[in-house]
Design a protein. Sequence first.
Length: 582
Amino acid sequence: LSSSCRIVGWSPDGRDIIFCSNYGQVIGSEFGLFRIAHDSTTAAVVPIDCGPARSISYGPEGRAVLGRNTQDSSRWKRYRGGTTGHLWIDRMGDGNYERFLDQIAGNIAYAMWITLPVANAGAAPEQTGESANTPETSVLRTRIFFVNDHEGIGNLYSCDLAGEDIRRHTDHGDYYVRSATTDGEKIVYHVGADLYVYDIAQDRETKVAVTYHSPRVQRRRRFVDAARFLDSARLHPKGKAMAITTRGKAFAFYNHEGPVLQVGEREGVRYRLPEWTKDGNQLILVSDVSGEEVIEIYPEDPQDLPRRLEGLDIGRIVMLKLSPVANLLALANHRHELLIVDLENGAVTFVDRSPHRLIAGFDWSPDGQWLAYGYAATAKTTAIRLYQVPDPKQTGLPPREGTTHTITEPILRDVGPAFDPDGKYLYFLSYREFNPVYDNLHFELGFPWGMRPYLITLQADLPNPFIPLPGIDDEAEEEDADGAGSDEHEDDHEDGDDVDDALAGDGGNGDENDGPADEEEAFRTVGTVARTLPDTVEQASHQFATYAVPHVEGRGDGGHDPNGAAQGATAGTSSDEAEAGG
């Protein structure tokens, strides 16, 4: 039927399988009853003409009780809405159904028509609901059994054919009676994870003792894939070992030899964020051994007890990193704060706090004097800030130490700062480029360059690393070495000479007779060359963001050009306008 189907039971003669399905219904939650012969070779399905129904139980002579919306009542306990289960009964077997048990609330399910002979010679036919065509020694008693939760917990109930004389037969107080079914003499159901059999004649339920000889897979020794539950990892400063946390446990091991050692308590403690000290002899961990998270420092000898920094108001740590030159631990917490903790004396230095977001990554400079971090200035923008770390050995701090400087102007978010190992550049990720591109498969626009890596030069005498050096063309040199030079490469060299002349102040024409060009014009030419668009997507994928840097005479001696800042601002504006126009 290509629809939702569920087995309901068997026909009275045992030849047909009765099932419910939403086949042919406008609403998917509306079900009807169907039957199919158990030995059918054609899979011919015949609908049962009784209207919407999810269950049916047959009595003698075509009589029946059917249920609508009679799903498992435990799926929505004590539900009293518009789709509660209710029953309809055909008392005469003529196909005319009437509403049944509408006087009680609750979510009715698992209706069962059960008729049993009862030794009761004095009973009147009208009391049994059946014709008294039996010997005087017995009569037939018919009752409708069902599950209902009108008293709080779903239990087994029954009533007569008039919907009266409602009796409760089970007293389960923790879990609902579920999946009740009968063979006409007993009712089988389950409660929780236990099976029960209710004997109708004796009016008593019995728990079924199930003995199952299993291999006890859940009690075997378990080997968990540590990589799947890896929380964090940190390489030893000398690269010879690794510290990791997985499933709340901390481990340390050498890369190619020796066993894996568990650090700290074996059970009952959650460890996070491992970090080696700068000499690699101690391991820093965040632990909740005392109920509140604290910083623990484990010595190299596993026999020695860890040193615990307790009583620090540092919140819940979400990120930490140790200074490369001192025992100063920078950390970000859930309160959007950036703090520095002195591991020697436990002193805490407040750096900054964002009112909007968590600190978006941070990094120490190689000399340990600066801390770069992402600061959420507004709810939608994040900038890169620099914090000059005070020297704890100095009593009188210079005016600039302990101060914060904002060094980027974000379009959206500038995050994840990272210093160059030599301290020359500061890298970061930025969401700032809005250049929509049509998708190749869907008629949609996307932003493939929305987030890209950028860098900032940290020295005034440091050139832009993406401006090609004058007169150098690696590709042309390789082809010339192979004897494959061309006029095009000669043009490239001429362009390189123009850039060299521009840097030298010749105006960019390569003519030695030309007079010195205006310095601003020369800088503008260099900025334009640096921002030339790539020819292909492959080239664009390797292109890094560029920042206009003024040319500084004698830049190799570490000198600073006093006019560099003004020139850089002018050139940056020109380059941005050029990009906007492109």
